[in-house]
Ligand binder design. Structure first.
Ligand code: ZN
Ligand code: ZN
Length: 205
């Protein structure tokens, strides 16, 4: 069966450019929702674990997944596993878990499009001639779900989200509020992670 699940125009605006991977993630999300019988997530009840890593160019999928499902980074409903694979597990505590991955045949066929000649030369998607981009996007829309995706139920999949808490305290050094689970103790006083001298390399550190 083929269900194109074409993203709405605002999805491309939100994403920033036209490319094939945002629509692929969108379709993956829509199919997983249909399979599990869940609606676009309003609150905090549907989780997605993309296996995407960083430093490879297909990460745009994750925006499509968020747009389709409502499982967003802002709601802490999505977390990458950093396996570096084009797959994601969709999990609803009452409805179960399904893993969707792109088939190697689909990835190989898509890779033949001119879009990727530009990408491999380092040309950003917004700078690629529009007909070249539309060609690969339209090809993706025409492919069957079976050709694109391997689908696996994950009956043993378990995930327990962090328990929500509004408890917070002020860091004894910088005076800024810190939510409880992130407070550290230094010389017997509560401190935030940066003031604790913790030195994991972080952006801006
Ligand atoms: Zn993109
Ligand atoms: Zn501090």
């Amino acid at each position: 069966m083929t269900s194109q699940h074409i993203p709405p125009e605002w999805a491309f605006e939100f994403h920033g450019h036209r490319c094939p991977f945002m629509p692929i993630g969108y379709r993956m999300g829509k199919l997983a929702m249909e399979y599990l019988g869940v609606e676009h997530e309003k609150d905090h009840g549907f989780f997605v674990f993309p296996e995407i890593g960083e430093g490879h160019p297909q990460t745009c999928m994750v925006d499509g997944i968020q747009i389709a499902t409502g499982a967003t980074y802002g709601k802490v409903l999505i977390a990458k596993t950093f396996y570096g694979k084009l797959a994601a597990t969709f999990y609803h505590p009452q409805k179960g878990a399904m893993r969707y991955s792109l088939t190697p045949d689909f990835i190989d066929e898509m890779g033949k499009y001119e879009f990727f000649v530009y990408r491999k030369k380092g040309v950003e998607p917004s700078q690629i001639p529009q007909p070249v981009t539309e060609e690969v996007i339209n090809w993706v829309y025409e492919q069957s779900d079976d050709f694109m995706f391997k689908i696996e139920p994950k009956p043993d999949f378990k995930f327990t989200p962090a328990k929500g808490s509004f408890n917070k305290a002020k860091c004894s050094i910088c005076g800024e509020y810190v939510f409880e689970r992130y407070l550290r103790m230094k010389d017997g006083k509560p401190v935030c992670i940066p003031c604790s001298g913790f030195t994991k390399s972080m952006p801006g550190a």
